[in-house]
Design a protein around this ligand. Structure first.
Ligand SMILES: [Zn+2]
Length: 52
């Protein structure tokens, strides 16, 4: 699965780890995150992320 990085703060979403702080379990591809999901660090939307 592809990792995506936040173009604002550099946070990386890694599907192998999920996003424990947001109750996103491991194994969820970036594309499957909710449309209103936002970066846990800077709260940018999914449109600010790009594939690593
Ligand atoms: Zn960010």
């Amino acid at each position: 699965m592809d990792r995506f990085t936040c173009t604002i703060c550099g946070h990386v979403y890694d599907p192998a780890q999920g996003e424990p702080g947001q109750n996103i379990p491991a194994g969820i591809p970036f594309e499957k995150l909710p449309a209103d999901w936002s970066c846990p660090v800077c709260f940018s939307g999914k449109d600010k992320f790009e594939k690593v």
